[in-house]
Design a protein around this ligand. Structure first.
Ligand SMILES: C[S@@+](CC[C@H](N)C(=O)[O-])C[C@H]1O[C@@H](n2cnc3c(N)ncnc32)[C@H](O)[C@@H]1O
Ligand code: SF4
Length: 454
């Protein structure tokens, strides 16, 4: 990959966990009544076999990592756990009433914040509360995010007994200078302990999050982090590009200076070196940011073209509905998106009034649904086609004109009814999606809303 290409295509762009992307949601045409109708329509179309996905956002963390872009609340007061669970269960009850039929849960993910901030007992109460009014679908997959510094054996055992088989641990980077800059001191021994304990207990998929492009991070640091990771051989690795989004207020990202960050070119070199090393250890790149061993379900899903992407990232199976519970969580009915209140106090207040605590959303129109399908195809399979009339849209010729430049640079191949992202083009898949993103094309943001693509 040349410096020229990096400079040419390193622009601010969405990560496409949804289409339309959140800044382009149209609040004017959204209402909670429309959201409920879209959910009901989707629920009636799906069957119990497919089931639904459930995402539960658990926002508390004991200590602030200064790179973090997640919605979290920093506290050491563990009294916050019980009321939070009570409100999440109340929200779930409102949704189940709305659906009017016992939901079958295919995928359940606990994200955060730090789910392992909660005690094992409280997590058990939460999961049992969810299933007091729901069923497990066939071949269900339950997963959670664990912080290596506070995930205990009791957490791992309790969640395993509740049906969890997948866990991801935040690693980021093992270098001390980088760890100090991001305010996250986390020795290798902690990650080794939780990884080995999870394996002994019987978890079938263990994942590590590694980031490149962090402050003071160099190629050597990335190489060293991957070398250490190789000693543990997690089944999956999320190899994220650091998303520098300092304009999100209160996330503490201003704990270091912009000049402490590696340049776009050296960030890209970190990615390439990391990818090369991961390839050499037997990991296969899956979609954007993700690598998996050939024995992992995510790899098998790419082989069978069942890979799906939603607000949780990549998943091995597709459900049409994802209900997001908890503060700031996003729900997706395929025909609509809805996001919960972002402040805990507002979230509680809405639930006290017996309201679904959604504060904004978007109902997809016919054009959105076609573009959504193309962007999902590109993000999951690195190709998309319009041979079916249903996938054609009138602006397609203009999109293809825009894509000519990427084709000239060898990043994509354009055929009569399809485009394919080449091996070299994979790091630029977001740039390809941006050509299809009609809302972005019609109205370029006036201020920077997204992180850089490289
Ligand atoms: C909710 S945290 C994981 C669980 C737990 N809180 C922890 O930190 O170990 C989710 C992951 O998002 C990733 N992440 C957070 N902020 C990011 C950013 N600004 N850019 C890229 N990745 C980020 C990190 O890799 C992190 O492990
Ligand atoms: S990286 Fe994890 S522990 Fe750190 S602030 Fe973000 S959510 Fe909390």
């Amino acid at each position: 990959m040349t410096k020229l290409l990096v400079n040419k295509y390193n622009v601010a762009g969405p990560r496409y966990t949804s289409y339309p992307t959140v800044p382009y949601w149209d609040d004017n045409t959204f209402s909670i009544a429309k959201w409920k109708t879209s959910l009901q329509k989707s629920f009636n179309e799906s069957n119990d076999n497919e089931g639904i996905s459930l995402y539960i956002h658990l926002p508390f963390c004991e200590s602030l990592c200064t790179f973090c872009g997640c919605n979290k609340r920093i506290t050491t007061r563990h009294e916050v756990e019980s009321p939070y669970i009570k409100y999440v269960l109340k929200e779930w009850q409102l949704y189940v009433q709305e659906l009017g039929h016992t939901p079958y849960i295919k995928e359940l993910h606990l994200g955060g914040g730090t789910p392992t901030f909660f005690s094992p007992k409280n997590l058990e109460r939460l999961i049992n509360g969810i299933f007091s009014i729901a069923e497990k679908a066939e071949n269900y997959e339950f997963s959670f995010e664990g912080h290596p510094n506070n995930t205990t054996k009791a957490h791992l055992e309790t969640l395993y007994n509740l049906g969890f088989r997948r866990v991801s641990f935040g690693v980021q980077d093992y270098n001390e200078t980088v760890q100090k800059a991001i305010h996250r001191i986390q020795p290798f021994e902690n990650v080794k302990r939780v990884t080995e304990e999870a394996r002994e207990i019987g978890y079938s998929s263990i994942s590590h999050d590694i980031i490149f492009g962090l402050p003071f991070q160099t190629e050597e640091h990335v190489a060293e982090t991957i070398k250490k990771t190789k000693q543990l051989m997690p089944d999956r690795i999320a190899f994220y590009s650091y998303a520098h989004v300092p304009w999100i207020k209160g996330n503490g990202q201003r704990g270091f200076k912009d000049t402490d960050l590696p340049s776009a070119e050296s960030k890209r070199k970190q990615y390439e070196l990391g990818k090369e090393q991961l390839d050499a250890c037997g990991y296969v790149e899956i979609g954007m940011d993700h690598f998996a061993l050939k024995t992992d379900s995510l790899y098998l899903a790419t082989e069978t073209k069942n890979l799906h992407r939603n607000f949780m990232g990549y998943t091995a199976s597709k459900t049409q509905i994802m209900v997001g519970l908890g503060v700031s969580a996003i729900s997706d009915s395929w025909y609509g998106f809805a996001q919960n209140e972002k402040k805990i106090e507002d979230y509680y207040k809405r639930l006290d009034a017996n309201e679904i605590p959604v504060f904004r959303g978007h109902i997809l129109n016919a054009e959105d649904l076609i573009i959504r399908r193309h962007i999902l195809n590109l993000m999951c399979h690195f190709e998309t086609s319009w041979s079916l009339n249903t996938n054609y849209f009138k602006e397609l010729p203009d999109v293809l004109i825009q894509l000519k430049e990427l084709e000239k640079d060898g990043l994509i191949q354009i055929n009569t009814h399809a485009i394919t992202v080449t091996e070299n083009g994979r790091p630029y898949v977001r740039n390809v999606c941006m050509a299809f993103d009609l809302l972005l094309q019609r109205k370029k943001p006036e201020a920077q809303l997204f992180s850089m693509t490289i």
